[in-house]
Design a protein around this ligand. Structure first.
Ligand code: FAD
Length: 457
């Protein structure tokens, strides 16, 4: 039994928690970070990084299949999951080692164990009491299921999907949001048949409708099946696989069912309620400066309602450390946070969709322009189609950008600058884009909205 005191105690060492700790020690605070599993959290060990490694193997597989188109002789003999796993885990291990070294070098005290908030200034870890003048809750999220749908056997979440050591012949995926479509993309490229079930009318339903429609066309072309606007009813499993029944009576047989219906906050049983923190359906409620109603206690990342993204958690962690230091950091709203879906094709967006912009500012106050990647030289060279859509307020700034096509995730930085700086198309249209790059597509859209199109009609 011991007692230790710090300026800041961070509960959870994922993207949000470790970002808070790194920034806080930079600002001169003593910091304890309590982690029950591995520093790096979901993103490093079970999310962003391992999934993107799987997607990169998928892209290589697709290139191998299509190499003749580019004049390269090769044969595609299938996927070696043992080698894919070694490659994926090698990346995770190396990033993990780097992060552990960084945390140690910066002088953060890492405490291994499951923490429970016992008062506004204390966290209990086993027999030890850790005291902090300020406490930052960053306990992350878990894969949700639906009522009556039990995870187990052939019904899996993204965690088990990442660990598979074989390529299934056929997979059913419940949920056509970001995690569902990323796994669909991987498995299709690895040679599986894939069928997605989405209750809303579109795949990637949180994106601009024009992007969702293009995405559906691309998936259809790839031979990925999907049922839209229909709810899951039940699943039965046996030794061979699963039979999924939808509310319209349709059945889908598959080897596995991946449940990708969203992520719930990890907050239950951690003392948050007992200490009097305001909660809503398991999420921690904060003000816009990420303070809970209990003085001195902050919450960040996936446990705070809104976008569940690693870079939002990083930003919120840095924000809270600076807030505690009295630096009065700038609040970043979810609308100003970029989103990328890493599939084939990729989707990247920021700000208002065209529909939301029209709802907010009035249909006659908003103009958008959708530049087809068909007009972009680099997109032609790498064999992709898609588009870049820019939404502006008439005689006003750019308030949304929505892109689809191979590698468009790499274009989000420029889109983000335009939206976050509330740039007018007229101001940024004169910027020169290197030729040939996919960034030129953004330039073409800005030029069009500024009334002086170059290649666009
Ligand atoms: P987490 O990273 O979940 O960290 C919380 C940490 O708290 C964990 O390490 C946990 O062990 C620890 N913890 C919980 N309770 C306790 C306790 N009582 N005591 C001690 N420790 C505790 N986001 C992106 O931006 N880009 C992507 O490409 C992307 N891909 C994803 C793919 C998948 C399959 C998944 C599942 C997620 C993906 N995400 C992606 C989302 C991203 O991983 C999360 O938004 C991010 O990890 C949230 O950070 P966090 O710090 O809030 O929580």
């Amino acid at each position: 039994m011991s007692e230790q005191s710090f300026d800041i105690v961070v509960l959870g060492g994922g993207s949000g928690g470790y970002a808070t700790a790194l920034r806080a020690v930079q600002l001169g605070f003593t910091v304890a970070m309590i982690e029950k599993d591995k520093v790096g959290g979901t993103c490093l060990h079970r999310g962003c990084i391992p999934t993107k490694a799987l997607l990169h193997s998928a892209e290589v597989a697709d290139y191998a299949r299509e190499s003749a188109k580019y004049g390269v002789k090769t044969t595609f003999d299938g996927i070696d999951m043992t080698a894919v796993t070694a490659y994926r885990q090698g990346i995770v291990d190396s990033k993990y080692k780097g992060l552990q070294g960084l945390v140690k070098a910066r002088g953060i005290t890492t405490i291994a164990g499951e923490g429970k908030l016992t008062s506004p200034t204390t966290v209990q870890v086993g027999d030890d009491t850790i005291t902090g003048k300020h406490i930052v809750l960053a306990t992350g999220s878990y894969s949700r299921s639906l009522p009556g749908l039990e995870i187990g056997g052939r019904v899996i979440t993204s965690e088990q999907a990442l660990q598979l050591d074989f390529v299934p012949k056929k997979v059913a995926i419940l949920g056509g949001g970001v995690i569902g479509v990323e796994f669909a993309s991987v498995w299709k490229s690895y040679g599986a048949d894939v069928s997605i079930i989405e209750a809303l009318p579109h795949l990637v339903p949180n994106e601009d409708e024009s992007v969702s429609k293009q995405f559906e066309r691309a998936y259809r072309k790839r031979g990925i099946e999907f049922s839209l606007g229909v709810r899951f009813q039940s699943v039965t499993q046996n030794d061979q696989g699963v039979v999924v029944t939808l509310e319209d009576g349709k059945t889908i047989e598959a080897e596995l069912l991946l449940v990708a219906v969203g992520r719930g906050p990890v907050t239950s049983g951690l003392g948050y309620d007992e200490v009097g923190i305001t909660m809503d359906r398991g999420f921690v409620i904060t003000n816009e400066r990420l303070a809970t109603n209990v003085p001195g206690v902050y919450a960040i990342g996936d446990i705070v309602p809104g976008l569940q993204l690693a870079h939002r958690s990083f930003q919120q962690g840095i924000f809270v450390a600076e807030e505690i230091a009295g630096l009065n950091p700038i609040v970043v709203e979810d609308l100003n946070i970029p989103k990328v879906t890493y599939s084939d094709p990729e989707v990247a967006s920021i700000g208002y969709s065209e529909a939301k912009a029209k709802e907010k500012f009035g249909a006659d106050q908003v103009t958008s322009y959708d530049y087809s990647l068909g007009g972009n030289g680099k997109s032609h060279i790498i064999g992709t189609t898609g588009s870049v859509k820019v939404v502006r307020v008439n005689d006003g700034p750019i308030i949304g950008m929505h892109m689809i096509g191979a590698r468009v995730g790499e274009l989000i930085g420029e889109a983000q600058l335009a939206v976050n700086w509330e740039a007018y198309p007229e101001d940024i249209a004169p910027l020169v884009h290197a030729h040939p790059t996919q960034n030129e597509a953004l330039g073409e859209a800005f030029l069009m909205l500024a009334g002086k199109p170059l290649h666009a009609i």
